[in-house]
Write a protein that binds this ligand. Structure first.
Ligand SMILES: NC(=O)C1=CN([C@@H]2O[C@H](COP(=O)(O)OP(=O)(O)OC[C@H]3O[C@@H](n4cnc5c(N)ncnc54)[C@H](OP(=O)(O)O)[C@@H]3O)[C@@H](O)[C@H]2O)C=CC1
Ligand SMILES: CC(C)(CO)C(=O)C(=O)O
Length: 309
């Protein structure tokens, strides 16, 4: 199968490497340094102290003349529309396209230029960081994905892509309620990531401090309340799952990518994560005082980063 991976950052390099190692034909849409260097170079993937060089990935900086059977969008959330526009010119209309972004808006953004039926969404659990052009480092286990169709398409429409991911060692589960899966993940990253960013504290530090832990817990329940107002069904056991990941699943040093980007002065996914919740809360008349404060305290930093990217 020929798979277009769009965006050579942490997640894009990770998927490209694993899919190519499993024998898939991978086209990686990169830009800037990664595209220029990548013409004749392998992708290097480091995890568990070992580095593997993966050859055979076709790195391109333009989709002109590209043919692919499926695509995975691995840009940041605010770049999904551009990616979708670009690939809509070359993909067959029935080719499945998988979004991987945190937040809840990526599938809608993708359908600005792609058909509802071909866009599949996923939540991704992995820690993959781009460490240089065509270099990625993973921390912890291989990725696991929950995949579904916002347009209620059957799994069979994306079965070849799902099989390719599974064969590449990425455990992939199908869900009939992808909206719930996206909101559940959003509740996790918005809460520990939002409070972590506002306090500049890692997971270990917010977990150990009673007041900070209370803020994470309240922020999480605020996201659940907004999901409820949006008609998304999340259960108490979903809340416990998220709390367990925060309290027991993450290593103490963990910070969210939104936190790291904000603190480094880079454009972040603040709008797509905390912003997406507080704006919906306002429209639905749901009180989210903790997340409002996180958003208000981080928005000036975000605006500054976007003035000087
Ligand atoms: N990394 C992870 O472990 C996880 C990430 N996610 C989610 O996955 C998404 C991607 O995250 P991550 O990989 O960390 O982000 P990165 O910023 O590392 O990667 C995004 C990449 O997309 C590239 N890109 C953007 N627009 C284009 C374009 N038009 N053409 C070519 N390349 C483009 C960027 O290029 P350039 O560098 O030139 O800007 C960048 O390399 C986010 O929504 C994140 O929340 C979810 C779970 C885990
Ligand atoms: C939860 C985590 C670390 C990995 O899945 C993530 O998605 C992020 O920080 O953006």
């Amino acid at each position: 199968m020929s798979i277009l991976v769009y965006g050579a950052g942490g997640l894009g390099l990770y998927f490209s490497a694993r899919l190519a190692q499993a024998g898939q034909e991978v086209i990686l849409k990169a830009r800037s340094d990664a595209a220029l260097r990548g013409k004749n170079e392998p992708v290097s993937i480091t995890g568990d102290g070992a580095t593997e060089e993966v050859h055979g990935i076709r790195v391109v900086d333009s989709l002109d003349g590209i043919q692919a059977d499926a695509a995975i969008i691995t840009t940041k959330a605010w770049q999904v529309e551009d990616a979708a526009r670009d690939m809509s010119a070359v993909l067959p209309p029935d080719a499945p396209v998988l979004t991987t972004q945190n937040g809840i808006d990526a599938p809608t953004r993708a359908t600005t230029f792609l058909s509802n039926d071909q866009v599949f969404a996923s939540t991704v659990v992995v820690i993959a960081e781009r460490t240089g052009p065509l270099e990625v480092r993973t921390i912890g286990p291989e990725a696991s994905l929950t995949v579904g169709s916002p347009a209620n398409q059957p799994a069979s429409r994306a079965s070849e892509l799902i099989s390719a991911l599974t064969a590449a060692g990425v455990s992939t589960t199908w869900t009939d309620d992808i909206a719930a899966a996206l909101w559940k993940k959003l509740a996790l990253i918005c809460s520990y990531g939002g409070i972590g960013a506002a306090l500049d504290a890692n997971v270990g530090q917010t977990r150990e401090d009673t007041r900070a832990r209370g803020l994470v817990t309240t922020a999480m329940s605020e996201v659940f309340s907004v999901a409820d107002a949006e008609g998304v069904t999340l259960t108490e056991s979903d809340f416990s799952d998220d709390m367990n990941i925060y309290l027991k699943g993450f290593s103490a040093q963990t910070t969210s990518s939104m936190h790291r980007d904000l603190l480094a002065g880079r454009p972040s996914e603040l709008e797509d994560q905390v912003g997406a919740v507080v704006h919906r809360a306002q429209r639905a008349g749901v009180a989210t005082p903790v997340l409002d404060l996180v958003y208000a305290s981080m928005a000036p930093r975000e605006a500054q980063a976007r003035r000087n990217p």
